[in-house]
Design a protein around this ligand. Structure first.
Ligand code: GLN
Length: 479
């Protein structure tokens, strides 16, 4: 097995046993990135990589390993979505409006990654300002899906998902306001998790819709996602919504069977509108779990039908406010003048204009209604978690669709997020893992949701399901 195919867990073992060096792991990742970048149909997963500098850092990490330093992610390459500040580096949000901008601060989550020893190798591509679900609105061009380069990878953490799925990096950071970590994870056939609201610091994340913005992790295995979250979670006084709860070792105690975990299938999610192959892939996976003795019941989330509109109104209004904020989108200081609003792309302008109308004092009821319904959606989840432990749903109603297929879609958030955004409205931990492949070889994702701060249970359930389904590991050949 090549280093680029290995899980973080495996890489850690090899590094500790001195069978692989940080330099070798980095070189293996970089070779794939550069080979892909030379192709006409490049995945376009990265906005910037740092080959020389990261190679120097990897050599330095090897020296630290040689003298016995044992930071959990020491020698492990990590990429991050380009809507996070890293002091001294460019920060683009895939927007022309940010051209030439350099970050002055470092995001809390990146500080933690660095402290844990991770080797930051580059900034990944995204939908402009993390608005979108296809990865096509980047000013650097669309990201492609490694499973089929003529299809979208999902979004908005498109580059992070494509890079991990393509074996360019074992894990990457993304942000998730309505599904932007889980939906691309689903379309790219990898694991994507966003923990409880407040679990990972948002300090230094460019704001989208602040009451729903989460940091998340994309990885190829559930255990890897758990390993990384253990390092990145935790309190940060600079984020007003940061949680003070202690961080458990999420990757411990993952083994075992599904006994004792009660799963709920929300009838409303399974009603209609799913692509047949998503429905059949998920049904087959659920059958496997049932045969293994899993306790799976039907539940109800009665306000599910309102979630998309509620999300559109609240996310729109908050994004509108963020854009008008000082500094805009919470972008810290500027070296080269303010964000150039005239250069914002059409999708961002549309979202901001819509959002500003949603808070128009002439129509106070729209926003008030949306807030009320958001409360009801949250109550539905509370009620459900009195009966069951884990909610199981599809992640996306569709598999990866062809590039440019949704170009003229007038809907503010494309309904690709219909199954994911409720967990953002309610701030709940949620994870997507691959559960099937379509006949054409496209991945289908399963989403698990738990009560707040029950990430450990989320990982345990997901890890067991991953084992039971035992889908073949898939990483493309890149030449
Ligand atoms: N696609 C959704 C939107 O456009 C979600 C975006 C996100 O989670 N950042 O709002």
């Amino acid at each position: 097995m090549q280093p680029y195919q290995m899980s973080i867990r495996e890489l850690r073992c090899r590094l500790d046993a001195r069978e692989l060096s940080a330099g070798e792991i980095f070189a293996a990742c970089m070779e794939r990135i550069l080979t892909d970048q030379a192709r006409q149909d490049s995945l376009n997963a990265f906005i910037e990589v740092w080959p020389e500098e990261a190679a120097r850092q990897a050599a330095e990490q090897d020296r630290r390993i040689a003298v016995g330093e044992a930071s959990p992610l020491l020698g492990i390459p990590l990429a991050y979505k380009d809507n996070l500040h890293l002091a001294g580096r460019g920060l683009s949000c895939a927007s022309r409006s940010m051209e030439g901008y350099r970050a002055r601060i470092t995001a809390g989550v990146l500080e933690k990654a660095i402290t844990a020893g991770a080797l930051l190798i580059g900034r990944t591509n995204l939908d402009e300002f993390a608005i979108g679900s296809t990865g096509e609105s980047s000013c650097f061009g669309a990201v492609r899906n490694p499973h089929d380069r003529a299809r979208v990878p999902g979004g908005s953490s498109s580059g992070s998902a494509a890079a991990v799925a393509a074996g360019m990096v074992p894990a990457a950071l993304g942000s998730d306001t309505g599904g932007s970590v889980r939906q691309p994870a689903s379309l790219c056939g990898i694991v994507g998790v966003k923990p409880t609201y407040g679990r990972i610091s948002r300090y230094g994340l460019v704001a989208g819709a602040s009451s729903m913005d989460h940091l998340g992790i994309l990885a190829r295995t559930v255990e890897d996602a758990a390993l990384v979250l253990t390092q990145l979670a935790g309190y940060d006084a600079r984020d007003g919504s940061s949680g003070r709860q202690a961080v458990p070792a999420y990757s411990e105690g993952l083994d075992g069977d599904l006994r004792g975990i009660r799963f709920g299938l929300p009838a409303e999610y399974f009603a209609d509108g799913m692509e047949p192959e998503v429905a059949s892939g998920l049904a087959a996976a659920i059958d496997v779990l049932r045969r293994e003795g899993a306790d799976i019941r039907e539940i109800h989330l009665p306000h599910f039908g309102s979630a998309l509109s509620v999300y559109a109104i609240i996310a729109g209004a908050e994004t509108g406010a963020a854009c008008m904020g000082k500094p805009p989108f919470g972008i810290e200081g500027t070296d080269n003048g303010d964000l150039n609003a005239e250069r914002l792309g059409a999708g961002v302008r549309k979202r901001v204009a819509f959002g500003i109308r949603m808070r128009d004092p002439a129509y106070p009821d729209i926003y008030r209604q949306a807030e009320k319904l958001r409360w009801s959606i949250t109550q539905d989840f509370d009620e459900a978690f009195r009966q069951i432990d884990v909610i199981l749903t599809p992640t996306s109603p569709v598999c990866a669709f062809p590039l440019r297929a949704k170009e003229d879609d007038p809907l503010p958030p494309y309904p690709a997020d219909v199954f994911t955004l409720s967990a953002n409205l309610a701030g709940l931990p949620a994870l997507s893992l691959p559960c099937a492949y379509s006949r054409g070889g496209l991945p289908v994702g399963m989403q698990l949701i738990t009560a707040p701060y029950a990430e450990h249970l989320l990982f345990r359930a997901a890890h067991r399901i991953e084992r039971l389904l035992a889908l073949p590991a898939w990483i493309p050949v890149i030449t």
